[in-house]
Design a binder for this molecule. Sequence first.
Ligand code: S3P
Length: 428
Amino acid sequence: MKFFPTEKPLHGQLDIPGDKSISHRAVMFGSLANGTTEITHFLPGADCLSTINCFRKMGIDIETDPDHPDHVLVHGKGLHGLCAPDTVLDCGNSGTTTRLISGILAGQDFPCTLTGDASIQKRPMNRIIEPLTRMGACITSERDNGCAPLQIIGQPLHGITYHSPVASAQVKSCILLAGLYADSDTRVIEPSLSRNHTELMLRHFGASITSKGTEAAIQPGAELHAASVKVPGDISSAAYFLAAACMIPGSEILLRHVGTNPTRDGILRVIQDMGGTVTYRKLSASGGESTADLEVRYTPLHGTVIEGDLIPTLIDELPIIAVLAATAEGQTIIRNAEELKVKESNRLDIIVDNLTRMGADITGTDDGMIIQGGKPLHGAVIDSHLDHRIAMSFAIASLVAEGETDIENAECVNISYPGFYKDLKALL
Ligand code: S3P
């Protein structure tokens, strides 16, 4: 798909589609709850549809409406109401589906195989195989390479205390969900706090779950009750427009109803550190998740350092933050971001490669990158590696690059933001 520099600033207002992490969890927890869960502002992206399909295959009736794809009804059957699927569960491109469902499957009384696309079959699953095995689960990598396909034979589980070596909400959530089926309490302690949507939503559904600092603990036994879930706009999707408005002189936009959970808001803190301003309007909260309308205006930005506990709060935004840093004045250093190597693609290498193709001064390091901002960007052929966040980040970069940018497999944005190009056009 071809992109050209914009002659106009960004102007207008946008409703940001539902949060991907929260949409997945609403379907999963709704399936395990007693009663009907109504989800509004659900994200009908390919990843969340994979989650719906997996639970349908396990006997859950999930109503969707093609005319209102953001409205979903999940007729849950309780913690022990899933049934054995008659085929392999296909998680598509979705790490959240694969890892969270594995935790649930570990405690069922049936066997099951999980797989996904070529990217999923390369992503590390030992990070869940190891703690689940400690809980007594029977989970193996079919090719013995630590990746999907995964075979899981449901077993009685034991509670554990797990010191996770990575700050990963997918790992944490997988273990906590298995903890629902264990014979005693399960605790997960992370090196830095990752997104806490599982803790907040499980509490909303009636689970006995507590969290303090970087530790979360779940007590088994409590049944989950259906609840209504109003999904906030995804700050990871809003990030592309926030960055574009900060990069293009004269821009002024309002992004409505965006999730501002502090475990996800690192990009807002980075924009502020770089000299930008994002104003919060209409603050509200539902199910423990805070939201706001975000108003952002162009201001010239400067470089910054992004590291440590901040990293998990903006891990999915690092591709667009790198683009933003390339257009800001001065140096930006990103450290402690080695997790970027094991996302939908090796985002660390791919950001460096693609920004270099566009003329940026960027050097990859073992755990991040160093960007000398302010060098003019030019159009290039960009390989998205079928990674939605790479495609969207470079579509934004193209708006300030001289000449034509050609993004290969640009339609992969459907994973998290099917209307992305239309919404971008509406603001230009
Ligand atoms: C997610 C957690 C993060 C994030 C992913 C969604 C989730 O992954 O990158 O896009 O919904 O829990 P990790 O937990 O692997 O960091």
